[in-house]
Design a protein around this ligand. Structure first.
Ligand SMILES: Nc1nc2c(c(=O)[nH]1)N[C@H]1C(S)=C(S)[C@@H](COP(=O)(O)O)O[C@H]1N2
Ligand SMILES: [Mo]
Length: 521
């Protein structure tokens, strides 16, 4: 018999690392839930840090590749990396304990840096990672000691002790997954109390949206409906876990340069506001590629920002006001910069509380978000808004600007073919070619279609709902067998024809014509 510690097989040691990490992450989730700081847990915080740090081309690549499932992809990626690192640390720690300690310190460093550098971080946010680290070190030390099982006779590798360990490890991992998921649910439950989308009752506005003309929705198969149902409405944001705000404790402060009377508004102040109104507005994302789906049309209920700015005594730049930028901040620390001139020029810029007849959903910004007709979402549509500061473009860069997007983002005129789909094989004969076109602000005046790069033929336009919404169009086409291209372009009411020049979404929105190919059979 010798006292030299027995060598642990690499597989068992790696497994010990994996189990320790799983139990540690579950512990961190529990602490995050108990503290009501679910975004401060290591995985969430590191994920959010990655989202903030990745350069624009990589972000665009991720969005192109994964679409709006980009966050699931990111979390999966972090999970895989974490698992590999944990296995390595386990294997290393079984040979040299100091390596295990170094690994744990690395985990702790990454988690703490990420959690404490969130824009809304508080010192308490160190606790989930701290707890996780202690648990990780404890479980790993215990596992390695068990695996080493000093009393087992030589030659008993893979004997009862090790088998018991594998079983125990499996059980511990399953328990950790259950506890972690439970903690997540608990977080959602805790912060989902009070006034939620399910319990809010919206008042009917005195100022309703203008009645829609007959036929605004052509109701053609495969064509995007005039109003986008909430479930189909695209979602673009940096929030790894959707903020769940209690509207009964929510407030919004309006302050800053040139504000004479600072305002602090409660949710109820907005619901009872005399200017509460309903407007139809098509929201559009700057990262929408030509032909893409990152836009949707909704009926919004909200209070005009211009009314609130007037109550605060803010003068627009053309009236000599000192602030040219309105910076909105969200609960999760997002900053969005909007030209003051654009929200005071008479357009229907809203602090919205309702979408398509319902309170906003958590995903779309509950309890309150901004919506400004004619501006891409990244410069206007702040969700989970809690603060509005009047400032200047010269003195403050909002979130997206240092990440390579233009400081100002007016929506570019675009048009899209919805049906037939690109690559479809419709049957010969009469085919309805249909889609949507948008030129928020002026409205769409004309849509033209070119088949096989022939002359432009004017499509039939559905009646206009509002100049701030998209407009449907249709062209009956006598389709002959063979392969054909279909290209579309729109002209706005100021007479500007949509440019054929192709530009990528970054930095100021994609341009170029949407062109599809079909094979008529
Ligand atoms: N708090 C917050 N608000 C945000 C964002 C965000 O990342 N965080 N993204 C903006 C962008 S880029 C767009 S296009 C719109 C999308 O709104 P939706 O998700 O409701 O469609 O929200 C905007 N508001
Ligand atoms: Mo966007």
């Amino acid at each position: 018999m010798t006292d030299t510690p027995r060598r642990i097989p690499t597989g068992s040691a790696s497994l010990a690392g994996l189990v320790s990490a799983a139990v540690a992450l579950a512990a961190a989730e529990v602490v995050g839930a108990v503290l009501s700081r679910p975004t401060a847990t290591p995985v969430q915080a590191v994920g959010a840090g990655v989202i903030d740090l990745v350069p624009l081309p990589l972000k665009q690549f991720a969005v192109d590749l994964f679409g709006t499932a980009d966050k699931v992809a990111l979390l999966t990626g972090i999970g895989v990396l974490l698992a590999c690192a944990a296995a390595l640390i386990g294997a290393a720690a079984s040979r040299r304990p100091v390596l295990g300690a170094a690994g744990a310190a690395l985990f702790a460093g990454a988690g703490l840096t990420a959690a404490l550098s969130r824009p809304d971080a508080v010192p308490l946010d160190a606790l989930p990672t701290a707890a996780g680290t202690v648990v990780f070190a404890g479980v790993l030390t215990w596992s390695i000691r068990t695996l080493r099982g000093g009393r087992t006779a030589p030659g008993a590798a893979g004997g009862p002790d090790r088998r018991r360990f594998v079983l125990l490890a499996g059980a511990a991992t399953a328990a950790a997954a259950g506890v972690g998921a439970g903690a997540r649910l608990l977080s959602a439950g805790i912060s989902g109390g009070g006034l939620t989308p399910a319990t809010v009752r919206l008042p009917a506005p005195a100022d309703r949206a203008a009645p829609l003309p007959e036929g605004v929705d052509l109701e053609i198969d495969g064509l995007a409906p005039y109003f986008t149902p909430g479930s189909d409405f695209y979602r673009i944001d940096t929030a790894l876990s959707v903020p769940r705000i209690d509207a009964s404790t929510w407030s919004l402060r309006i302050h800053g340069l040139g504000v004479r009377w600072e305002l602090v508004l409660a949710y109820d102040d907005l619901l009872r506001h005399a200017d509460l109104c309903e407007r139809d507005i098509t929201l559009t994302c700057v990262s929408n590629p030509v032909g893409g789906g990152y836009l949707g049309n909704a009926r919004w209920l909200g209070v005009p920002l211009a009314s609130l700015l007037a109550e605060a005594g803010v003068r627009s730049p053309d009236e000599g006001g000192p602030a040219d930028q309105l910076v909105s901040r969200s609960e999760d620390g997002m900053t969005i910069g909007t030209p003051v001139a654009d929200v005071t020029d008479g357009r229907d810029a809203l602090l919205a509380v309702g979408m398509n007849g319902r309170p906003l959903s958590h995903e779309h910004g509950f309890p309150v978000r901004m919506v400004v007709p004619g501006l891409y979402g990244y410069v206007s549509a702040c969700k989970w808004i809690v603060d509005v500061e009047l400032t200047t473009f010269a003195s403050f860069d909002a979130y997206w600007v240092p990440r390579g997007w233009a400081e100002r983002g007016p929506i570019r005129t675009q048009s899209r073919v919805d049906t037939p789909r690109d690559g479809a094989s419709p049957e010969r004969g009469r085919i309805a070619v249909a889609g949507v076109a948008w030129a928020q602000g002026t409205g769409v005046d004309r849509v033209e279609v070119s088949v096989d790069d022939g002359s432009w033929t004017e499509a039939e336009l559905a009646p206009e709902g509002s100049t701030d919404t998209w407009r449907q169009w249709v062209l009956e086409w006598e389709a002959e067998p063979g392969e054909h291209t279909i290209t579309v372009r729109a002209t706005d009411r100021a007479g500007r024809v949509q440019t054929p020049d192709r530009a990528a979404p970054a930095p100021a929105g994609a341009t170029g014509h949407h062109r599809i190919t079909v094979t008529v059979v």
